[in-house]
Structures are given as structure tokens and as C-alpha cells.
Ligand binder design. Structure first.
Ligand code: TYM
Length: 338
């Protein structure tokens, strides 16, 4: 780990949507395309994170492979030795470090995690797993094992990133320097050229984030949606009755979300500011989204699985080595190794 590490993961238990692409994958691919050489790039599938809530396990293998294809279709180059793709469960150090970190993590601090509170209220008490509860500890292990400095994530993961810094600091205070401290959330945003973590909203209910757990799917643009279906979803997006296109999330979250999506898809939202009708903005976003999906799905068809499998083999061997070195340091610190 001679170079600074940029790392992120995208779970594979469902269809990915444009929130995943713009919140995490695109910043990562941009870094990989423009800065591999200066940085080590780790883009992985956190497969152990996939069943903290119930899933159809017979679909997990396909989901994992699909995520890897999506990484490549989004533009991740595989022929660069500084870029690594891997499956979390193939590197046992993730689980092993999690257990050690678990023992230094407070029940109270995990109970306060917003994502845990949100997800657990949706499930019945009996269905809340301990895995869902200590999910952020596994995420911290994912980051600390490779000494990652930068972790592009959407706004919903910010609290987990802060916990990662807390546990790193706590361990180092007790045992001496063990981990590279990930940069603060503010520094992360500066690095990725944003002023805050991204939060693409649901098209039907723009007060909540676009999420793959949305039951109807009407407010979510999935990467597998046909361009026509995406167009329809955008044309029916909820807006407001103010008849004025403005960027203002408190008064006009639906319109602001559309402006953000338009910008992320390469449009120039300024052209619509001040217009009294919402139809032209919606039509422009729908056009951009439809051509984005067409191009993306075209690329998905050309992906060579063999090339992905070859790259996984090389990356997973290298990551086992890197993660193993960090784990060994921690095992020594806590007295498990001489
Ligand atoms: P996951 O798989 O739920 O989502 C992957 C990434 O997509 C971002 N994202 C969004 N960004 C903007 N707007 C949205 N509507 C939106 N929805 C999702 C998420 O913030 C995330 O960055 N715990 C992580 C996976 C993970 C991880 C890690 C990430 C496991 N270990 C280590 C970074 C580092 C998660 O569940 O993301």
C-alpha cells in the first residue's frame, strides 16, 4: 500500500439505480481513469453485506457478477495494475477484523446509526439481524484493512464513515498507530470536488432518497429499466404547484432533484431556472436519462466475463496479501499473535 488508497463498495442484492452510479461509482471510475498511477483504486462487491436484511440467496451469485459488469460498463479500466476489483467474502481478513473491532465497539453507538434505525423499523423485531446491527463495523474493516484515505459514498453512508474514523482512533489510542486514518468527511468532499455527499431523491417522494428497497419502483431509475420506462417515470415525477423552476430543496425538492439529475447526466440546468412550466425540464431530463440508459445497456452487452474473472483472481490474491498485513498488525496488538 505505497500509494494512497481510494476505495468503495456497492452491494449486489438488487438492481442498481442512478443514485448508486452518481453517488459512488462515477466518482470512483473518474479517479480510476484520471489518477490510477498516483492512487491505488479498490472497487469491491461487499457480498457479506448483502444479507443483513432478508434476500433471495439463489440470486446472489448473479447479482455479484452483474455488479462487476456494471463497474466495467461504467468505464472502470481493468488493465491497470493499480486498479483492483474483488469480492469481500474471498478475503477472510474482512470477517476476522470485524470480530476484533466488534469487541471495541459500543452497543450504544451502533444503536444510534440512522440506517440501522430506519431499516429496523421497517422489519419486525424478530427479523432484525445482529448482522444488520453491526454492519458499520464490517464496513469499517473494509476500509481500514487497506488503509483507504478516500471513500466516495452517498450521503446515507456518511455516518458509517465517521464511525470508521472513530474506531480507528480508538484502536490507535489504545494500541498505538494501527491504521491509516481515512480523511474527514469534509476533506473527502473537497477531494471529490463536491460540497456534500450526494443524495438522489425518489421521483415520487422527493423527501426520501432514491432507494432499491422502494416497493413500487416508480420513483427509481434502475440501470435495467428500458429507456421508455425511465422516460415515463421521469415524466410522472412529483413536483409542486409553485410554477417556478428553482433550486430549493426545502420548498421544491422534486424540481431540485430533477435539476440535479439533469446536471449529473451532463445537462445544463441553468437553462431552465425561472421557467414557469415544468414539462420542458422533465422532457429534457427524460431524454438524457433515456440516452444514458441506452448507451449503458449497450456497453453491458459487450462485457467479457472472462476478463473480469481473470482480473478478480489477480486482485483477490493481492488484496489477501494487503489485508493480511493489516490484520496481522492488529492481531499482534491485541495479543492474538506473538
Ligand atoms: P449501497 O450498496 O447501499 O450503495 C452503494 C453506494 O451508492 C450510494 N447511494 C446513493 N448515492 C446518492 N443517492 C442515492 N439515492 C443513493 N443510493 C445509494 C451509497 O451511499 C453508496 O455509496 N455500506 C455500503 C456498501 C459498503 C461500503 C463499504 C462502501 C460496504 N463496505 C466500504 C464504502 C466502503 C452500502 O450499503 O452501499
Amino acid at each position: 500500500m505505497d500509494k494512497e488508497v481510494i476505495l468503495t463498495g456497492l452491494r449486489a442484492n438488487n438492481d442498481l439505480h442512478i443514485g448508486h452510479i452518481f453517488g459512488a461509482l462515477q466518482p470512483m471510475v473518474d479517479m480510476a481513469v484520471h489518477h490510477a498511477g498516483k492512487y491505488q483504486i479498490n472497487l469491491f462487491v461487499p457480498d457479506l453485506h448483502s444479507f443483513t436484511t432478508p434476500i433471495d440467496h439463489s440470486k446472489l451469485q448473479d447479482g455479484i457478477m452483474n455488479n462487476l459488469r456494471i463497474f466495467v460498463a461504467a468505464g472502470l479500466p481493468l488493465d491497470n495494475p493499480d486498479i483492483h476489483i474483488y469480492r469481500q467474502s474471498y478475503i477472510p481478513a474482512h470477517s476476522e477484523l470485524t470480530w476484533i473491532l466488534d469487541c471495541f465497539t459500543g452497543f450504544g453507538e451502533m444503536s444510534r446509526m440512522t440506517q440501522f434505525k430506519d431499516k429496523s423499523t421497517k422489519l419486525g423485531d424478530d427479523r432484525i439481524s445482529v448482522g444488520l446491527f453491526n454492519y458499520p463495523v464490517l464496513m469499517a474493516a473494509d476500509i481500514l484493512l487497506y488503509g483507504a484515505s478516500y471513500v466516495p459514498v452517498g450521503d446515507d453512508q456518511t455516518q458509517h464513515l465517521e464511525f470508521t474514523r472513530d474506531i480507528a482512533e480508538r484502536m490507535s489510542a489504545k494500541f498505538g498507530e494501527l491504521f491509516v486514518m481515512p480523511k474527514s468527511v469534509k476533506e473527502q468532499h473537497e477531494f471529490f470536488g463536491k460540497d456534500q455527499g450526494l443524495r438522489i431523491r425518489d421521483l415520487m417522494d422527493p423527501t426520501k432518497k432514491m432507494s432499491k428497497s422502494d416497493e413500487t419502483g416508480k420513483g427509481v431509475i434502475f440501470l435495467s429499466d428500458t429507456p421508455e420506462a425511465a422516460r415515463k417515470k421521469i415524466m410522472s415525477a412529483a413536483t409542486d404547484s409553485l410554477e417556478n423552476v428553482q433550486y430549493d430543496y426545502s420548498q421544491q425538492p422534486g424540481i431540485s432533484n430533477l435539476l440535479d439529475i439533469y446536471k449529473l447526466l451532463g445537462g445544463k440546468p441553468d437553462e431552465f431556472i425561472g421557467q414557469s412550466q415544468y414539462g420542458p425540464l422533465k422532457a429534457a431530463v427524460a431524454d438524457k436519462a433515456a440516452s444514458f440508459l441506452e448507451e449503458f445497456q449497450g456497453k453491458m452487452k459487450t462485457i467479457d466475463d472472462h476478463q473480469i474473472l481473470q482480473k478478480l483472481k489477480v486482485s483477490e490474491a493481492e488484496m489477501t496479501k494487503q489485508a493480511g498485513e493489516t490484520l496481522y498488525k492488529v492481531q499482534q496488538a491485541v495479543g492474538l499473535r506473538a
